[in-house]
Design a protein around this ligand. Structure first.
Ligand SMILES: [Fe+2]
Length: 379
């Protein structure tokens, strides 16, 4: 697909190339539409766009330690983290094998195994999930999990919708990951062995209400299947991220799964930019059409300070965000050559509501975490 070039209108002192060769002493902020895919303008500010000194009101950047959420058995009732009309994000920490099946009739379910894993049985067969696995389960599929031990799994429901792989565009069909790395459940010996005529219950979530259906047999009784509507497993280690040594790519370059109303991106270990003039941390940005959740799976957020695996930040639209002062300054004075992080970014086109129960695990002071920038401002 091509389009006519849109020549930016310009004023004052600016860089001709976004994210590179900033005018001396300035901080770049991108104001953009459609989640880095639409119209955008770059401002070159005298001061860091996140160098606020005081903030009143509930609409603010927030951070949470999801490690503090407790265990639970039923994935359909796992603690809600964030939601809107088009998605529900839950944190599920199973410990014991599920004694019943579940079916989410409200939308496709995307798993991300942050820790642990187990044997998953579903309409399509048996598959093992382990640390770092994504698993997309089509809406309405019956399933249960036998965890191998205490586990920590993100469940992201695409309410009323289906997950798709993003358009690779000019990169081609085998970029980021070859679809051949995707795995599907198998009708294997383990699956056939669990088939029985024991009474089996299925808990169904439909229209966000639960029902229970009981059979006189285990309805996971398929002996085979064929089709294009299938669950898929993808481990982040099979993602081969694109990068540029001269240009900091936007989060959308790391899209892994998309729906019509949100995108899931995976930030994987990758080389950092090396061009002397290129920004080496994310640019400050006002992603004004999107609310953003960022979950750290492994490593250290390369642009943020003091957050370990299991932490999640929430940056709704309405204000800019960007790198923390420490990483920003380090990127200017002693830039790292590699980024060692595995993080899941959820960009939602519609405003997200955080669950009330989340306040118990909030990391206080996130809104003040850019305060160090103010020390550099000369009066
Ligand atoms: Fe962002």
């Amino acid at each position: 697909m091509s389009r006519a070039p849109q020549i930016p209108l310009r004023a004052g002192n600016f860089s001709r190339q976004a994210h590179a060769d900033l005018p001396d002493g300035t901080y770049e902020r991108e104001v953009g539409r459609e989640g880095f895919g639409g119209q955008a303008t770059h401002f070159y500010h005298r001061h860091p766009p996140t160098a606020w000194t005081h903030w009143e009101g509930a609409h603010r950047p927030r951070a949470f330690d999801l490690n503090q959420l407790g265990p639970g058995q039923c994935p359909l009732e796992a603690p809600l983290v964030a939601s809107n009309a088009h998605l529900q994000l839950r944190v599920w920490k199973p410990v014991e094998p599920m004694p019943y099946l579940v079916r989410n009739a409200d939308g496709d379910e995307l798993f991300f195994v942050h820790a642990g894993g187990g044997d998953l049985y579903c309409d399509y067969g048996h598959i093992t999930l382990g640390e770092g696995d994504y698993f997309v389960l089509p809406r309405g599929t019956m399933w249960r999990l036998e965890p191998h031990g205490p586990s920590f799994i993100l469940l992201l429901e695409a309410t009323g919708a289906a997950y798709r792989l993003p358009d690779r565009g000019l990169l081609g069909e085998h970029a980021l990951f070859d679809p051949a790395v995707l795995d599907v459940p198998q009708i294997d010996g383990s699956f056939l062995a669990q088939q029985s005529v024991q009474p089996t219950s299925v808990r169904v979530k439909a229209r966000q209400r639960l029902s229970t259906i009981t059979f006189g047999f285990n309805p996971l009784d398929a002996v085979g299947w064929k089709g294009t509507l299938v669950p898929i497993r993808l481990n982040w280690r099979d993602i081969r991220p694109v990068s540029s040594d001269r240009y900091h790519l936007p989060p959308s370059a790391h899209s892994t799964f998309v729906t019509d109303r949100f995108a899931v991106c995976t930030f994987c270990p990758r080389p950092a930019e090396t061009d002397p003039g290129a920004l080496k941390v994310p640019f400050f940005h006002s992603n004004d059409d999107y609310d953003e959740l960022l979950f750290l799976h492994a490593g250290q957020f390369f642009s943020r300070s003091g957050m370990g695996p299991g932490a999640m930040t929430f940056h709704p639209s309405g204000f800019p965000h960007g790198p923390h002062p420490g990483p920003y300054k380090t990127s200017r004075s002693n830039p790292r050559t590699r980024i060692e992080e595995v993080a899941i970014n959820i960009d939602a086109r519609d405003p997200l509501d955080l669950a009330k129960g989340l306040t118990g695990c909030e990391l206080a002071g996130h809104v003040e975490s850019w305060l160090e920038f103010t020390e550099d401002i000369e009066s």
